[in-house]
Design a protein around this ligand. Structure first.
Ligand SMILES: NS(=O)(=O)c1ccco1
Ligand SMILES: [Zn+2]
Length: 258
């Protein structure tokens, strides 16, 4: 039975098919109170002005917006990164009604949701899948979502969700620039970790923005209209609580930009 977030196929049993789940650089993690500030860490730069979004799809685990990553039109660089990394996709993790659903936690506290902007090192690797299996292959920017006012631009994503309700569905989603989802500060924490979903490759340089963005409960509610299951399946499983809990730090250093 394919991995998921249920009792029988959820994070606690992923190690059976993906033994790296018990590895030494797994994600997410809890970010403790005191993190060492590293003055040598420069700012991260998100060059998204020429990004090309393609579609929005429901992959049975999350809602994903895919980008054209056939050239260096949208990259991040700077910060802890030694190369530019190409934007490939972004997706979200969230909780149930009134429950938190972020993956990373901050001093033990969860947020309502977490946005992941997934990038890959196309300088060193020819394909995303090669990069995804390499220790310096991926860079994921994590942004926390807290409930508050409506987010001015998130409606473009939530309004498209009725089109991708079922697993395996996709629809055109052109002209969206994820810069509109960034908080005002790019101050961040960074550490070496993994994908938070199977295959859980230990290939991610995590860059977590300290400042959350605000989204309304109403907007978050639209995420929960999505389903884990396909249109043709008998069971209708609401897509919610699609987050992996924090994993052991195992001696890793977490660094803080200014
Ligand atoms: N959730 S995440 O950003 O670590 C990811 C990207 C691809 C698979 O899992
Ligand atoms: Zn993710």
């Amino acid at each position: 039975n394919h991995w998921g977030y249920g009792k029988e196929n959820g994070p606690d049993v992923w190690h059976k098919n993906y033994p790296v789940a018990l590895g030494s650089r797994q994600s997410p993690i809890d970010i403790p109170h005191q993190v060492s500030h590293d003055p040598s860490l420069g700012p991260i730069v998100l060059d998204y002005d020429h990004c090309t979004s393609i579609n929005i799809c429901n992959n049975g685990h999350s809602v994903v917006v895919n980008f054209d990553d056939t050239d260096d039109r949208s990259v991040i660089h700077g910060g802890p990164l030694e190369n530019p990394y190409r934007l490939s996709q972004f997706h979200f993790h969230w909780g149930g009604k009134g429950c938190d659903g972020s993956e990373h936690t901050v001093a033990g506290n969860s947020y309502a949701s977490e946005l992941h902007l997934v990038h890959w090192n196309a300088v060193k690797y020819k394909l995303f899948d090669h990069a995804a299996a390499a220790p310096d292959g991926l860079a994921v920017v994590g942004i926390f979502l807290e409930t508050g006012d409506d987010h001015r631009w998130l409606h473009t994503i939530t309004d498209a969700m009725y089109m991708v309700k079922y697993k395996g569905s996709a629809t055109d989603f052109k002209g969206f620039n994820p810069k509109c989802l960034l908080p005002s500060s790019l101050h961040y924490w960074t550490y070496l970790g993994s994908l938070t979903t199977p295959p859980l490759h230990e290939s991610v340089t995590w860059i977590l923005l300290k400042e959350p963005i605000a989204v309304s409960e109403k907007q978050l509610g639209k995420f929960r209209l999505l389903q884990f299951t396909g249109e043709e399946e008998d069971q209708r499983l609401r897509m919610e609580n699609n987050f992996r809990p924090p994993q052991p730090l195992k001696g890793r250093r977490i660094r803080s930009s200014n």
